[in-house]
Each structure stands twice: as structure tokens, then as C-alpha cells.
Design a protein around this ligand. Structure first.
Ligand code: ZN
Length: 243
């Protein structure tokens, strides 16, 4: 069965809804979310509600999600992100604390794949996996063919031999059955690779491919909501730039 992989929604409900529409068209299909449902954006309740309502979805805990549960974690963020998280905590009003604890996992090892928000080496510290050096350490520590990570907001495929590759939207990336891969699907709601469209990937185990997809959504309306909520305006402006 296919697997939709997505990450870093960051309270952007219109971007998430675009991805969920695509997901429904793929059914039957599995769903893997790699963390950061909230933070930066104006719709934390709606985003958490949608993700938690997906039957059988695998959900990973991101640093912004964990920060909802912990003031100490919130204090590790910069001023604007901290402001947005305090706003988010007020907005959620404790309603999602139990579901976050129960349904969001720091590390998933399900036999078919390994998944974490940052590097799986230290899942609770959320280090970024951005270099071949970091990827190499993950390849060495864990036994897997497929590992999925988020956190950087930049889609990437790290191969065991041959280094990192930037996948092209709509072009299936062939996975060697004996190969090993660390795959980042980019960000649904706060892309940072210069493409402002919502980003996600689809794994097709029968074809042996993973494909990056990008979807247009109503950025203007989402940015307006961020400003109307009184959140730092740069989080709205970044949506247009995709950076
Ligand atoms: Zn993020």
C-alpha cells in the first residue's frame, strides 16, 4: 500500500487541507506525519484536530508540538517563535495535551521504516539532519532501508552511497531495493526551499519509488489569518517566499 509522508504543518490549515484532499484521492493509502503540527501559524486547533482524526495515521512529535506541553522546551526557541508558541498554548487551552502525549511518538521503528522529526540519533533533542556527515551517523547506528525525517523544511533524499539528492516535483525517484535512504518530504505549511507550495511525498512500494509533490493553496488567506491573530508578521511573509 502507498504511504503519504508529510511534515511541518505549523498551523497552516489551508496547506494541510490541500494535502489531505490529495490523500483522500489516494485511498487506500497509509499516512505518516513527521511532526510540528503547530507553531508559527494561526490554526493549531484545526491542524491537530485533522491529523488526530485520520484513522491509523502514524504521528511523530516535533519540537513545536513538544513545546506545547513544556515551558522549558518553549524557552529554547527564539523570541518570535516563543511568542507564537505562547499564543498557540493559549489557543489550545490544554485541549490537545493528552492526545499529543498519547498519539505523537518521538521515534517510530515499525519494521518497514524508521521515522523521527529531527535526527533519529537524538529524537528528543531535535538536531537538524542537513549534512552527509549527520546522515552517515544515522546509517551506521540504525538498521533500516527507509528512514523519514522532517524539521529542515527542505525536501531531500540522502542515499547511502552517492550523497544527497534534491527530488524534483512530480518525478518519481527510483529506490534501489538493496539501497538505504533517509528521506525528508519538506514542509506542508512553512516551506523553506524557495518553493511556496505545500510539500509532501508519496512512497509507492510496488513501483519502488518515492515522489515529491507540491500543491498550490490560498497563501493570501492563510497569511491574513496570521496577521489578524496578532502573530509575528514575518511568519505570514515567509509563506509567500517559501523561505
Ligand atoms: Zn518545523
Amino acid at each position: 500500500m502507498k504511504l503519504l509522508i508529510c511534515s511541518d504543518v505549523h498551523g497552516n490549515i489551508r496547506a494541510l487541507d490541500a494535502v489531505l484532499d490529495a490523500y483522500r484521492d489516494l485511498l487506500p493509502c497509509r499516512f505518516l506525519f513527521l511532526g510540528d503540527a503547530v507553531g508559527y501559524g494561526a490554526h493549531p486547533r484545526e491542524c491537530l484536530g485533522r491529523l488526530l482524526a485520520l484513522p491509523g495515521a502514524s504521528l511523530v512529535m516535533g519540537n513545536h508540538d513538544l513545546a506545547v506541553l513544556s515551558l522549558n522546551e518553549r524557552k529554547t526557541f527564539n523570541t518570535d517563535a516563543f511568542t507564537a508558541l505562547e499564543w498557540t498554548v493559549n489557543r489550545l487551552d490544554g485541549k490537545y495535551n493528552d492526545p499529543l502525549v498519547k498519539s505523537f511518538e518521538m521515534l517510530i521503528e515499525d519494521g518497514e521504516y524508521l521515522a523521527a522529526h529531527g535526527s533519529p540519533l537524538f529524537p528528543e533533542e531535535f538536531p537538524y539532519l542537513t549534512t552527509i556527515y549527520e546522515a552517515e551517523k544515522v546509517f551506521q547506528k540504525f538498521d533500516f532501508s527507509l528512514c523519514f525525517v522532517g524539521h529542515t523544511h527542505v525536501p531531500m533524499v540522502y542515499t547511502y552511497v552517492g550523497g544527497p539528492k534534491s527530488p524534483e516535483p512530480g518525478k518519481p525517484f527510483a529506490l534501489d531495493p538493496s539501497g538505504r535512504y533517509i528521506i525528508n518530504p519538506g514542509s506542508v505549511g512553512q516551506p523553506r526551499d524557495g518553493d511556496n507550495r505545500a510539500s509532501f511525498m508519496i512512497l509507492d512500494p510496488d513501483e519502488g519509488t518515492v515522489t515529491l509533490h507540491r500543491l498550490v493553496y490560498n497563501i493570501e488567506a492563510e497569511a491574513k489569518d496570521i496577521k489578524a491573530a496578532g502573530l509575528p508578521e514575518r511568519f505570514a511573509e515567509r509563506l509567500f517566499r517559501g523561505r
